[in-house]
Design a protein. Structure first.
Lengths: 167, 287
């Protein structure tokens, strides 16, 4: 099953697929280790995953350009507040950061019975670069597990919690 | 590897595990959200320290060779942080993990629905996310208590362990109508919601007929649901009179728990009463 042109998703087999384009992250969806009585329909899963991946792109752009308004479409609540605060501090210090996600390894953990939240775990491999006006300060390759909570809004799922969980 | 004495002192004072992650940058591997910590970079001169994550950014001018202290509350958003030291003579990098405080301080509690019929199995759901004092989701397992209480029907309690920071439950709505309190509790932290339980559909209907001038006056007994709650006023009751080939139907809303109507008195007519899917008794008018 192809989900948009940015990545391929096989939700039931848990098969890793390479990204279609070189700058797109590879995405792998494991079979759900799901808690909760509500059935997660395939269409809902596809939409939530696609919206979550879009949120990474928005976050990267917002932190790179120091533009908190770029978070509006994909983030809400505390996740948005925390990211916006980071951007303000970056601005004040004259730096910016570039996050480039290289792979996502996801598993749905919970779909709430009333359908108002989806929780997933995502082991993300990404590069983070710190730049000042004088140039690059440093680059790190990071691999860490995120706990993510998505909530539905008018037209899309938005990220309410984005929290790295040290393993 | 040489580790400076001030660094060791600072680490011991802050009570956190320390690990040298680079040749000259010494960072705590992991700290609890909001706790104080220290960083030491060996060398001489000045440098700039950056602590970078999506949820926090800190820049600090530091003196190399001296422990730099970060007070409690300086770094409180849970996550993985990249650390860079930028100085004229050298640069170094490392990382710090910030974990949530293990004491719950807040609950996000979603209870649905806010209004439902009595006596519905698994009709009420509650979902609770558990957070620390800094708004970090606590992913360690904890016990959440869900309590649904009704003044006349007692209290249902479910104790549920969180998984990945969330706990949920399903509860039956109680047999009695009224305003229930639905509470999620963890330790002394709780969040309360109100669930209105309303009577269900009529369980049975029974009417009586009396002559009233040239008409028949039809009156139901008080209409109740299957749990004995009086069905709310406004619920429509339908009276149907069948007289040979003529059919007359009147819809009447309940008023003070009963429905009342006058219909033509036709000898041999059959009159029935219904509400929703419930059919009441029939009366054959012979007068």
């Amino acid at each position: 099953m192809i989900v948009s042109n940015s990545f391929a998703l096989i939700s039931t087999l848990g098969v890793a697929l390479s990204a279609l384009a070189a700058d797109q992250p590879s995405v792998r969806i494991h079979p759900p280790n799901r808690d909760g009585p509500r059935q997660l329909q395939e269409q809902t899963l596809k939409a939530a995953v696609q919206n979550y991946l879009d949120a990474w792109r928005s976050m990267s752009d917002a932190l790179d350009e120091n533009r908190p308004e770029l978070l509006d479409r994909d983030f809400i609540g505390s996740a948005k507040d925390k990211l916006a605060a980071t951007i303000r501090k970056q601005q004040a210090c004259g730096v910016h950061t570039v996050y480039h996600d290289r792979s996502h390894d996801m598993q749905i953990l919970f779909y709430s019975p009333e359908g108002l939240s989806i929780e997933l775990a995502d082991t993300v491999a990404y590069d983070v670069q710190l730049f000042s006006h004088a140039g690059a300060i440093g680059t790190q390759q990071v691999r860490t597990r995120y706990i993510v909570v998505l909530t539905p809004t008018e037209v899309r799922w938005r990220v309410r919690i984005l929290q790295a969980q040290p393993q | 590897m040489k580790v400076g004495v001030p660094f060791l002192v600072a680490c011991l004072a802050s009570g956190v595990a320390c690990r040298s992650q680079d040749t000259n940058l010494h960072l705590p591997k992991r700290i609890e959200a909001g706790s104080a910590f220290s960083v030491l970079c060996e060398g001489t001169g000045k440098g700039t320290l950056y602590i970078v994550g999506p949820s926090e950014f800190i820049k600090r001018e530091i003196q190399l060779g001296e422990a730099t202290s970060f007070p409690a509350g300086a770094l409180f958003n849970a996550g993985r942080y990249s650390v860079w030291l930028d100085s004229a003579g050298s640069s170094a990098a490392g990382s710090i993990d910030v974990v949530p405080v293990s004491k719950a301080s807040d609950l996000t509690f979603i209870a649905k629905p806010s209004r439902l019929q009595v006596a519905l199995r698994d009709g009420i759901t509650g979902t609770a996310y558990v957070f620390d004092a800094y708004g970090n989701l606590i992913t360690e397992q904890m016990e959440v208590s869900f309590e649904l209480s009704n003044p006349t029907a007692g209290t249902q309690i479910r104790r549920v362990q969180t998984r990945n920071g969330v706990a949920w439950t399903q509860l039956d709505s109680t047999p009695r109508e009224g305003k229930d309190q639905f509470v999620a509790r963890i330790g002394d932290i709780f969040s309360k919601r109100v669930v209105f339980q309303v009577p269900g559909e009529p369980c049975s209907l029974k009417m009586s007929a009396t002559p009233s001038g040239g008409k028949i006056q039809l009156v139901t007994e008080p209409v109740r649901d299957c749990s004995g709650n009086v069905v709310p006023d406004g619920t429509v009751v339908t009276f149907t009179e069948l007289n040979r080939d003529t059919k007359s139907t009147v819809d009447v809303p309940l008023k003070k728990g009963v429905a009342m109507v006058e219909m033509p008195a036709n000898r041999g007519a059959t009159i029935s009463v219904a509400s929703g899917v419930v059919l009441g008794n029939q009366i054959r008018w012979e007068q």
